[in-house]
Design a protein around this ligand. Structure first.
Ligand SMILES: Cc1cc2nc3c(=O)[nH]c(=O)nc-3n(C[C@H](O)[C@H](O)[C@H](O)COP(=O)(O)OP(=O)(O)OC[C@H]3O[C@@H](n4cnc5c(N)ncnc54)[C@H](O)[C@@H]3O)c2cc1C
Length: 240
């Protein structure tokens, strides 16, 4: 999977119990925290959430908005960052902006980094455009595009040496420069993002992002993830 990487920075430690507690407070007479010693286990809470909130399209998603996961997404193309940043509700971002740094572009010129470490180009192979027209991305074309990225690094270096600021010089570089970002989301907003970005007509790299997020989501909220996999994953069922 290229060099795309998603790592967990932090996460709510008992997410399914947290969802359970939120749900339980909806109808409990008492203060739910005082009953915490009697809460069902994490796995049992997962089953209760499915039964009471998710099963049969009940649409009671509010309690799933409390547990939070903070992810570090790395080496994705700028276009993927743009796509995921359209998700505004329950998701927050800090993205490397190239406003303060551009060292890695200079390092391409200095031979300390490869072009592919800094820019993303799609793999060789056959593709289809939005109108269904097929075309091949050949070895020769890809090499030409790598050369183009390399030339852009040369121009970037020239402008920096002439005194340009990073935020000015970044405008010269090819669109799919790789970017790292930190993204936080809750159980509900993560499922919504995956609904939209792992379906078949989503862009290839956004699908790869979801593929890399998925094992973390599964490990974090296993019962909810199993339900999601069975009922929603790649089914283009939108907007929970
Ligand atoms: C395959 C694909 C192609 C796309 N192409 C383009 C494109 O070419 N150009 C482009 O600009 N965007 C494009 N988008 C982005 C798309 O239009 C949405 O902005 C994006 O998917 C964010 O999803 P969301 O609206 O569900 O937002 P989220 O922030 O994920 O919101 C979650 C949910 O909250 C509700 N919500 C959020 N904001 C509002 C609001 N302001 N008013 C009312 N309800 C709201 C909705 O129910 C929404 O589904 C594309 C998305 C996909 C999946």
């Amino acid at each position: 999977m290229d060099r795309f990487t998603v790592e967990v920075i932090s996460q709510t430690p008992n997410p399914q119990q947290t969802i359970y507690a939120a749900m339980h407070q909806d109808y409990a007479e008492g203060f739910v925290w005082q009953t915490r010693d009697g809460w069902p286990s994490e796995a049992e809470c997962g089953d209760i959430i499915i039964q009471n909130l998710l099963k049969g399209g009940r649409g009671h998603y509010g309690p799933l908005e409390h547990p939070q996961m903070v992810l570090n997404c790395g080496w994705f193309p700028h276009s993927t960052m743009q796509q995921v940043r359209t998700h505004r509700v329950g998701v927050s971002f800090d993205v490397q902006s190239s406003r303060y740094t551009g060292r890695r572009l200079l390092e391409v010129v200095e031979g300390k980094r490869t072009v592919e470490e800094v820019f993303y180009l799609r793999p060789l192979g056959f593709y289809t455009d939005r109108q269904g027209k097929k075309y091949e991305y050949t070895v020769e074309q890809r090499q030409q595009d790598l050369d183009w990225c390399r030339q852009a690094c040369d121009r970037y270096k020239t402008r920096i040496e002439q005194g340009f600021s990073e935020e000015h010089a970044r405008g010269l570089i090819p669109f799919d420069v790789r970017q790292h970002w930190v993204m936080s989301a809750n159980v509900r907003s993560l499922m919504h993002l995956i609904d939209l970005r792992w379906k078949a007509d989503a862009q290839l790299e956004a699908q790869k992002l979801c593929e890399a997020i998925w094992p973390h989501f599964q490990a974090w909220v296993p019962e909810v993830a199993a339900w999601y996999e069975q009922n929603r994953l790649k089914k283009a069922r939108l907007a929970p």
